[in-house]
Design a protein around this ligand. Structure first.
Ligand code: NAP
Length: 248
């Protein structure tokens, strides 16, 4: 599939040569220090979804980077809303990506981490029931008891009335989960931005106008704007732009 839409570097070191998987992995390498990396896809006019889902925005180049980012992370953080809506399945990687992780001294699979105030989560959803690694759910102290969920996931209570995301991330780091990839959704992104916890944003811009209706990739209460410098621009053969913005 990559031959149909090869990815090449536009900035800061332009080269028309297609990036192979090793070169792409180097561009999205793990940081030396703990970090929180967001990954989103959007349309040219800033939509978070097409017909309610992100799939309509995501072409092969976005999927290629999506898979790669999962390969290099320790934990995959996702909001309960996106997990439920997008019907997340078990977080499994193919043999090639597992071999890469073994070679780099990582656990064979990343750990799924779900953020939920309500604990209105289905323990039978494959993301939990079929997980190769026991998932973690970050929730608030006053969340309702959820014994069936506790049977398939570690419930971590952090924050009185709502999840304290800084405390939750600190707990992940205490467990050795330093490189955290967050796949959204928009309310979680807004809360992480407000708490100034976002170190990096990987953004795929699909070459289409979604039109009015869909929300943005961020939502919730407003928070102060923050600088996030551009680190690279890649261009795929289908016109998708792959941007990486990061603090460092
Ligand atoms: N374009 C993209 O790359 C992309 C990526 C992801 C999602 N999406 C789209 O985004 C839409 C889903 O968005 P959404 O509005 O449901 O937002 P969301 O952020 O995915 O989910 C909101 C829910 O997640 C939990 N949550 C989020 N932030 C929390 C926090 N700070 N503390 C505690 N719980 C928190 C809460 O769950 P509880 O109700 O369980 O408490 C909340 O109701 C879908 O259309 C999906 O396709 C697009």
């Amino acid at each position: 599939m990559t031959a149909d839409a090869p990815i090449s570097a536009l900035w800061p070191d332009p080269s028309p040569a297609p990036l192979d998987d090793d070169a792409l992995t180097a561009l999205y390498r793990r940081a030396d220090t703990p970090q929180l990396r967001m990954n989103f896809v959007t349309s040219v006019d800033g939509a978070v979804s097409l017909d309610g889902y992100s799939a309509g925005l995501s072409g092969e180049p976005d999927k290629r980077v999506f898979r790669l980012l999962r390969m290099v992370c320790d934990a995959l953080l996702v909001a309960a809303g996106t997990l439920r809506h997008e019907g997340y399945r078990a977080l499994r990687l193919d043999e090639q990506r597992r071999a890469w992780r073994r070679r780099h001294g990582l656990a064979e699979y990343p750990t799924l981490v779900v953020v939920s105030n309500s604990l209105d989560l289905d323990p039978a959803q494959a993301a939990f029931a079929d997980a190769p690694v026991r998932p973690i759910v970050l929730t608030r102290d006053g969340a309702p008891a959820a014994p069936a969920l506790a049977a398939v996931a570690d419930l971590v209570h952090c924050g009185a009335d709502e999840v304290d995301l800084a405390v939750g991330l600190a707990e992940l780091r205490r467990r050795g989960l330093d490189q955290v990839l967050c796949e959204g959704g928009p309310h979680l992104f807004g809360a992480l931005t407000a708490a100034d916890l976002v170190d990096e944003v990987c953004l795929s811009v699909a070459p289409l106008l979604a039109g009015a209706g869909a929300g943005r990739i961020t939502a919730g209460a407003p928070s102060p704007a923050r600088q996030l410098p551009l680190r690279h621009v890649l261009l795929a053969g289908d016109g998708t732009l792959l941007l990486r913005h990061a603090r460092h």
